[in-house]
Design a protein around this ligand. Structure first.
Ligand SMILES: Cc1cc2nc3c(=O)[nH]c(=O)nc-3n(C[C@H](O)[C@H](O)[C@H](O)COP(=O)(O)OP(=O)(O)OC[C@H]3O[C@@H](n4cnc5c(N)ncnc54)[C@H](O)[C@@H]3O)c2cc1C
Length: 359
């Protein structure tokens, strides 16, 4: 099989990989980005409904503590709007009964993005060459060679799709997922492999729901859309409306652990029943619904992520090193960041660190 030679390979086209690509492009450094899925964005996913983008992955950034996100939004000419929080909240007890409660304002205040979080990925992609991103390219093997690294694309149980050779790689995916799904030669050290497996992938065990409406009837009865439930299926609910006008939205995180969640149809039916109980009959009749179970996504979650993780990921590689193999292999991905690990802010800082190491 022919082995293609490239300068740098970025593995993973989530925010950290795409941002690393943008930074390498700015430095005029050649590279290729290999993405396993048939789309870029990774945990950022925002299906469109009549020009509105419903975030099924991240939806907030926090301007007060996200300087890198703020700067990137400015570069890309994107704008946010505050999370809607006016009105009372709803609380559902374990036995199902519902009470109206004072809302909890988000601290620090969070913002949603016009165009959904995917607009960040689209903005970055429009600023990098078209031919550098290869979709449907899952990396299954990474091998250290003399003066470089060989990367094999394909499935471990099938004939390889292609091989590439580079002088350096940026591994821009959750370390746990990489340790679980990619063969490394020579073996990564025991301590590094354990550090990778122990670093939980932020939100990988979660499922998210989004319902869209032509009217926000809950606002008319003084409710903010914020809700908490101990019986579920949704455990936490927020108003996910567009800032300007239609569509209005209710969105939330499923409170049931991954292993006990049913198929998406059953989940959506149960969630709509819950929403009509919390916010009135009309909340059970949205114009559109979206549901994403991240724990079932092979390019996000592993079997270790099926248990709910509430602690933020910790990645503690031996001696704190995020570059190995004599500087030919660089970790990126939000889980490897020094600060705000797990968040978009961490994805950006991890990419900056990896790109400076490559250069
Ligand atoms: C439901 C949910 C809600 C969230 N809410 C927020 C929020 O409100 N605010 C916030 O700041 N953060 C939030 N996050 C976290 C945020 O989404 C992540 O911090 C960020 O998107 C991570 O980007 P990443 O590039 O590090 O990883 P990922 O997005 O996971 O990207 C990794 C990429 O690698 C690809 N890949 C995997 N395996 C391979 C392989 N073998 N070969 C090639 N490619 C591969 C994947 O397909 C993916 O595109 C949320 C996440 C979820 C799931």
């Amino acid at each position: 099989m022919h082995t293609e030679k490239v300068d740098t390979i970025i593995i993973g086209g989530g925010l950290s990989g795409i941002y690393a690509a943008f930074l390498l492009s700015k430095k005029k450094k050649p590279y290729v980005l290999l993405e396993a899925r048939d789309r870029v964005g990774g945990r950022i996913l925002s299906p469109e409904h009549q020009g509105f983008f419903a975030d099924l992955g991240p939806s907030w950034y926090w301007p007060a503590i996200n300087p890198k996100v703020n700067a990137l939004l400015q570069t890309l000419g994107l704008n946010g709007y505050p999370q809607f929080e006016t009105g009372m909240g709803r609380f559902q007890a374990r036995d199902g009964h519902v009470e109206t409660i004072e809302g909890y304002p988000m601290e620090p205040p969070g913002c949603r993005l016009f165009g959904g979080m995917i607009s960040v990925v689209k903005g970055l992609c429009s600023r990098i060459p078209k031919d550098v991103i290869r979709l449907n390219h899952p990396v299954c093997e990474i091998e250290r060679m003399e003066n470089g690294v060989q990367v094999t694309v394909g499935r471990l149980d099938e004939k390889p799709k292609c091989r590439l050779f580079a002088s350096g790689i940026i591994l821009a995916l959750p370390p746990r997922l990489a340790a679980r799904s990619i063969l490394f030669t020579p073996d990564l050290s025991y301590d590094l492999t354990q550090a990778m497996l122990k670093s939980s992938t932020w939100m990988a065990g979660q499922a998210k729901f989004f319902a869209l409406y032509d009217k926000a009837d809950w606002r008319k009865i003084g409710l903010s859309g914020q809700g908490f439930s101990l019986c579920g299926p949704l455990g936490e609910i927020h108003d996910g409306s567009s800032d300007a006008t239609r569509p209005y939205g209710l969105t939330g995180f499923v409170g049931i652990p991954a292993l006990r969640r049913k198929d998406s149809e059953t989940m959506v039916r149960a969630i709509l029943t819950q929403l009509s109980l919390l916010y009135g009959q009309a909340a059970g009749r949205p114009v559109s619904v979206y549901y994403q179970d991240w724990a079932r996504e092979e390019f996000t979650a592993t079997e270790y992520d099926q248990r709910a993780a509430h602690d933020h990921p910790e990645f503690q590689p031996p001696s704190g090193k995020t570059s190995i193999w004599d500087g030919m292999f660089h970790f990126a991905g939000t889980e490897t960041a020094d600060h705000l690990r797990g968040y978009l802010e961490g994805a950006l800082s991890s990419a900056e660190r990896a790109v400076s190491a490559v250069i």
